[in-house]
Design a protein around this ligand. Structure first.
Ligand SMILES: N[C@@H](CCC(=O)N[C@@H](CS)C(=O)NCC(=O)O)C(=O)O
Length: 227
């Protein structure tokens, strides 16, 4: 339901990505947040292959997502989650422990886990087979594994990172999905179950379907490498 061409919230996403990135593009985060909180949004699709020059004025590196909400423009998926969460209730507005916990876990996903998962994507996917990547991978997997073990301990028996489902879970589940496909959750059943709890939510399912909905129609005749 939230996709509405007249909605004040606009999410910029790619019109097409190569198959390895389908369902993993970061516009999934604000889309999922909007679905969870029933916030209508419109889509603005741009080419990943040839980013329009004007787009770099909105997102300095030409990346997605970018979110506009009326007069407010936001880049960085984490910042979009904070904005939307405050608007729709997945981030408590009142300054207290509940808000602090959600913000702590949200930033933990983006600054303590995602840099390592991002590097793993580089060594395991983009630079796979290169000598430096082969040498780097075991140390990186070990270091990331330690972070994941601590995260699993911290999650304990809870369903969600803070008191209830929040933007922190949108952040962390979308980060952990990247390592799930590299097999790093196979020996961490509580984290694997946590990711699955996120992925079975109807809002997640709708968000992912909407992300990939336009890809087939916009696929280039010959797919370029490394978008
Ligand atoms: N830190 C940024 C990263 C955004 C990002 O890496 N987006 C990817 C798609 S998932 C992208 O636009 N990649 C193309 C590029 O970096 O040129 C955020 O979370 O918004």
């Amino acid at each position: 339901m939230p996709i509405d061409p007249h909605a004040p919230i606009e999410i910029t996403a790619f019109e097409w990505v190569p198959p390895f990135a389908e369902g993993f593009v970061r516009d999934l985060r604000p889309r999922w947040a909007c679905e969870e909180m029933d916030l209508p949004y419109r889509e603005r699709l741009i080419s990943a292959i040839k980013r329009p020059d004007w787009y770099f004025e909105e997102q300095p590196w030409g990346q997605v997502p970018h979110v506009r909400d009326g007069e407010i423009a936001i880049f960085e998926s984490g910042a979009t989650l904070i904005h939307l969460g405050e608007k729709g209730g997945l981030l408590p507005r009142e300054n207290g422990q509940a808000r602090a916990s959600v913000l702590s876990w949200t930033l933990a996903a983006f600054s303590s886990i995602e840099p390592m998962t991002f590097e793993l994507g580089n060594v395991a996917l983009f630079s796979r087979g290169e000598e430096w990547a082969t040498l780097r991978k075991p140390g990186l997997v070990a270091a990331l594994g330690k972070r994941l073990d601590r995260l699993e301990t911290a999650l304990d028996a809870r369903d969600w990172l803070a008191d209830a489902f929040s933007i922190a879970d949108i952040a962390m589940v979308t980060v952990l999905r990247e390592v799930a496909r590299e097999g790093l959750l196979d020996t961490r059943p509580r984290l694997a179950a946590y990711v699955e709890r996120g992925e079975v939510r109807p809002a997640f399912q709708t968000a992912i379907a909407d992300q990939i909905r336009h890809f087939a129609a916009n696929a280039p005749a010959r797919a370029p490498q490394g978008v």
